[in-house]
Design a protein around this ligand. Structure first.
Ligand code: 3H9
Length: 686
């Protein structure tokens, strides 16, 4: 039963039970309307507690219904019905009251919550705005400034903050049901508060709306929903309740069918599918109560900080005492940075640091559950580490290599019990970046692979399983991005034009700015290794820039020039001269922003399709997550694969054919051509 009613003397308890997160399915909406009618008619009932079974209060509308025509009863009507109930309803909140869930709570006369609960309107993260009165009731309840923050940012607030804002009437200590019933009994004798719909919106200072709009626009760039949510809150603050509700609903329905909403829904479900690969269903991970990191460089200390943030004690191994000291100082710098940014207090930082033991003695690892190697990207150095680990670690300890390009199977040669070995590709800075590529070898057991996924969950990261190839999923596609960017230069585009086009597409940075920031030497090192393997990586201009030590910002110049102390890129005559020389004899053409973006993004899709065909990635959604969480691909575009499907695969193939005819990209692979018939990437992945 979705909605169940019980009675505690004069208080009726309406329990919603719609696993997993009590989403507002049609049946639940219907059940709530019927509950109001039944309890209105019951003279013995003086007040009502609305509470949820399971791990959370109502977490919102059912996102699965968004692609389909709305079915009555519609949520705004459900909320209006609760708000008009003859008895006061008390929403008793635990877990999360999100989106439509919070809107239902706003229809209640009162809201009480346990301290651990959170409340919010995350609709903008799904490309929509609240559609059941959220933008209209909230400014009337907590004022326009707080309403703008909650609605346009989409992040939930904790119950205590919600209480301070006036969103929650009381925090319940102890049992929520009992506390909710006591609150309802108490309120039954008092005058019912004025319904939110009848309240005036508190006045704002002159210029508030203009300032707030600018701030929202600056944060959200090309995302549509936050500004539309802002407009709805503003309209609701300046007009009557009924017109405001109509305006909100119209915006909600329009955005619900938008491309951005479809893209963001795709990412929402991809993120929820990624941590649970079907082949690992029912496989228990190994215990992880302690961890160690080998290597105190940038990656090693980032990983160690992430492990500490998740509460694991960490041993940091370096080759000698000075290196240990440097590593510990680097970890301290990370925690100090978190204190400065207000993420943690000094006490928490001290505690995190005290949980790191630095040493050059591998013997300390005899009883460690998980060891992550993060030393220099050199196979001999890495193998030497695993030789030592094989000698000292328990045979069931999980051993992982953090590598971005090397073959984990080759690294694992000689490891004792190779079934406990796997690759974990963290992204820098490892304590911040959400992506974790998990790379099993042929010998990795399901239990050890499941441990990789459990680690991602513990660290709050998005795990994507990747097969073994040069660069795994993300860096393999990155190579294509960079090669295409250089092809563009040799055919008439400039670095600034390419970077501007990619920013216009939605990336935070263009490919040349990004290389200047990260350093051109890293990719040069990968290309050298590739040439030694007999490959012929394409980077004629980058090679020449490296040959004259133009490695980017760190050397004062790369693709661009930099003046000391200023990170703003300035077009470089040196780079331009090299480009002109390399482009000599090649056909030149005019490029606009859209065709530049096509010449970079669509070849990425082509490579990604090969990655799917080779089963290096198992699902196209996984590839989208890699590019969004590891490389700044705009979330609102849904990732490259979703973008290609939404754009139309026939058009993608046609543009690639044209680029190939001009010698500016590879021709579409067979798999990509086939998607035009099958309608999407699912057939390849399946
Ligand atoms: C909205 O409300 C619009 C209204 O204003 C207007 C209406 C007119 N629907 O995240 P988890 C599934 S927009 C359907 O791993 P957690 C999820 O797919 C909505 N399904 O759990 C997964 O399924 P499976 C605004 C949903 O404990 C399972 O639940 N609300 C929904 O880590 C567990 O999910 C939101 O945006 C949904 N709304 O976190 C809230 N939500 O097991 C989105 C989840 O089959 N949800 N599922 O893979 C969340 O933020 C988290 O799920 C929550 C729990 C914090 C609640």
């Amino acid at each position: 039963m979705t909605v169940n009613i019980t009675h505690e003397n004069a208080v009726a308890v309406v329990t919603v039970d719609n696993p997993p997160v009590n989403a507002l399915s049609q049946a639940l909406r219907q059940g709530l309307i019927e509950a109001v009618a039944e309890l209105d008619a019951d003279a013995a009932v003086k007040a009502v507690v609305l509470i949820c079974a399971g791990r959370t209060f109502i977490a919102g509308a059912d996102v699965n219904e968004f692609g389909k025509p709305p079915q009555p009863p519609h949520l705004p009507d459900v909320v209006t019905t609760i708000a008009a109930a003859k008895k006061p309803w008390v929403a008793a909140i635990h877990g999360s009251a999100l989106g439509g869930g919070l809107e239902v709570a706003l229809g209640c006369a009162y809201r009480v919550a346990v301290a651990s609960a959170s409340l919010g309107l995350p609709e903008v993260k799904l490309g929509i705005i609240p559609g059941a009165g959220g933008t209209v009731r909230l400014p009337r309840l907590i004022g326009p400034a707080a309403a703008v923050d909650l609605v346009t940012g989409g992040s939930p607030v904790g119950a205590k903050k919600a209480h301070a804002l006036g969103l929650v009437d009381a925090i319940i200590d102890g049992d929520l049901r009992a506390g909710g019933i006591a609150f309802a009994n108490d309120s039954a004798g008092k005058p019912v508060p004025q319904p939110i719909s009848g309240r005036a919106v508190p006045a704002v200072e002159a210029g508030f709306w203009e300032g707030a709009e600018k701030a929202v626009a600056a944060k959200t760039k090309r995302e549509v929903a936050p500004l539309r949510a802002f407009a709805s809150v503003r309209n609701a603050s300046e007009t009557d309740f009924a017109s405001a509700m109509a305006f909100e609903r119209e915006t909600f329905l329009e955005l619900r069918g938008s491309e951005q909403a479809a893209a963001l829904r795709h990412v929402f479900f991809a993120e929820r599918a990624a941590p649970r690969p079907p082949e690992l269903a029912g496989v228990a991970p190994r215990d992880m109560r302690s961890a160690a990191v080998i290597g105190g460089g940038t990656m090693g200390v980032g990983i160690a900080a992430a492990l500490r943030d998740a509460g694991l004690p960490v041993i940091l191994i370096e080759r000698d005492a000075p290196a240990v000291e440097r590593g510990l100082a680097n970890i301290r710098a990370i925690f100090d940075g978190s204190v400065k940014r207000g993420r943690i207090t000094q006490t928490v930082a001290d505690d995190r640091l005290s949980g790191v033991t630095g040493s050059d003695d591998y013997g300390l690892l005899a009883d460690t559950d998980l060891v992550i190697e993060a030393v220099f990207e050199d196979i001999a150095v890495k193998r030497a580490v695993f030789e030592k680990l094989s000698a000292v670690c328990r045979p069931d300890a999980v051993l992982a290599t953090n590598t971005s390009y090397l073959d984990p199977t080759a690294i694992s040669e000689g490891v004792s019990h190779p079934e406990r070995f796997l690759g974990l590709h963290f992204f820098s800075p490892a304590h911040i970046m959400k992506l974790l590529e998990i790379v099993p070898t042929e010998e990795t057991t399901p239990e050890v692979l499941a441990t990789g996924f459990a680690l991602a969950r513990l660290l709050g990261k998005i795990p994507v399983r990747a097969g073994i190839c040069d660069g795994f999923i993300g860096n393999r596609i990155l190579k294509v991005t960079r090669a295409q960017a250089e092809r563009l230069l040799l055919s008439g585009a400039t670095p600034s034009a390419v970077d501007a086009a990619m920013r216009a597409f939605g990336l935070p940075m263009g490919p040349f700015e990004a290389q200047d920031l990260g350093g051109l030497d890293i990719a040069a090192f990968q290309r050298k290794a590739a040439r030694e393997r007999g490959e012929a990586p394409f980077a004629p201009v980058a090679e020449r820039l490296c040959a004259i030590a133009r490695f980017g910002q760190k050397s004062g110049g790369g693709w661009y020039d930099y003046t000391p102390g200023d990170r703003a890129p300035k077009p470089s005559e040196t780079a331009a001269a090299i480009i002109t020389e390399e482009a000599a004899g090649r056909p030149q053409r005019l490029w606009d922003e859209a065709s530049i973006a096509d010449a970079i993004i669509l070849p990425m899709v082509n490579e990604a399709t090969r990655i799917l065909e080779e089963r290096v990635a198992l699902r196209s959604g996984d590839i989208d997550l890699v590019k969004i969480h590891g490389y700044g691909f705009p979330r609102w575009r849904g990732g490259p694969m979703h973008y290609a499907e939404a754009r139309g695969l026939a058009e993608v193939v046609a543009v690639l054919d044209q680029l190939a005819a001009e010698g500016l990209a590879d021709a579409p692979c067979d798999g990509l051509r086939q998607t035009v018939q099958t309608g999407g990437f699912a057939a390849i992945a399946g």
